[in-house]
Design a protein around this ligand. Structure first.
Ligand code: ATP
Ligand code: MG
Length: 272
């Protein structure tokens, strides 16, 4: 029987949930038995070293890769191995790590393509709404996307996905290639605001500390498995955080944080 781990922990009911997901590219599985949930208004950060399987997990959640075992749910609906377009129709938006925009097209055309499930008559109104979320894009609608700066490009990639007004937003390393200052601003000014609009945000980040500053819940993925999860404050307080994050000592026993479903009503006061 599946247990709703999130609500047991004082978190919102999940908008997107994976239970025991194993997946990969056909050979030995890359992601093994990973469970994760994100609810409205939450920012759940997945952190972990290069090659840990973070992008693979996201691609599995959005239906690009097959789930070998385990289940994926949108709300209470089982969407395991549904096609990516079905996930999009159900309100799951995904910004990939690479190939996140169409470079030869203008900003406006990119946004319109993001609205591919909408009737054409709705597009102008929706472009306007989305550029209100990212005002920096408003004066550059006619500009070719390959002329954008790194930060503008990422805003466009997120704005494109917002065209369908998703309830769940899955972002794969949105701050990659940005300066620390821009990265901070993207996370604080934009990603955090999207959660404030009650979107469920699932975020993969290499900048672990920056991610933990904005996240409400964090999963540390190492070698395709969940190494640790909990509230960011608990993770930052750990002496061995850097070592864990860098993936050192992956063969040692799993560290003991209050388990997400272990009956700890308030994990903030249950530091292990
Ligand atoms: N298309 C693919 N075919 C086969 N193996 C792949 C493919 N893409 C990724 N992998 C492998 O899967 C493992 C996990 O890769 P993944 O891209 O999910 O890691 P990641 O945690 O996102 O890393 P990074 O932080 O560098 O983006 C790696 O060993 C990688 O080589
Ligand atoms: Mg990746």
């Amino acid at each position: 029987m599946l247990v709703n781990r999130a609500t047991a922990n004082g978190r919102p009911a999940p908008a997107l949930r994976a239970e025991g997901v194993t997946s990969g590219y056909g050979g030995v599985p890359v992601v093994r038995d990973v469970s994760i949930a994100v609810g409205p208004g939450e920012i759940v950060a997945i952190i972990g070293p290069n090659g840990a399987g973070k992008s693979t997990l996201l691609k599995t959640l959005v239906g690009i890769l097959r789930v070998n075992s385990g289940r994926v749910f949108v709300g209470s609906e089982d969407v395991t191995n549904h096609a990516p377009e079905d996930l999009a129709r159900r309100g799951v938006g995904y910004v990939p790590q690479v190939n996140d925009i169409f470079e030869p097209l203008s900003v406006q055309e990119n946004l319109e393509m993001g609205g591919y499930l909408l009737p054409e008559s709705k597009l102008p109104e929706r472009v306007e709404e989305v550029t209100r979320v990212f005002p920096a894009l408003a004066p550059m609608l006619k500009r070719r996307a390959d002329k954008l700066s790194g930060g503008e490009r990422k805003m466009l990639a997120i704005a494109r996905v917002l065209m369908l007004d998703p309830a769940v937003l899955i972002l794969d390393e949105p701050t990659a290639n940005l300066s620390p200052k821009l990265a901070d601003s993207l996370l604080r000014d934009h990603v955090q605001r999207l959660a404030g609009l009650n979107k469920a945000v699932l975020l993969v980040e290499q900048r672990a500390r920056a991610a933990l500053q904005v996240a409400s819940w964090t999963t540390v993925l190492v070698s395709g498995t969940t190494r640790l999860e909990g509230r960011p404050g608990e993770l930052l307080d750990r002496q061995d955080f850097e070592e864990l994050f860098l993936g050192a000592g992956t063969t040692s026993p799993a560290p003991t944080l209050p388990s997400p479903n272990g009956g700890a009503e308030d994990p903030e006061v249950e530091k292990g």
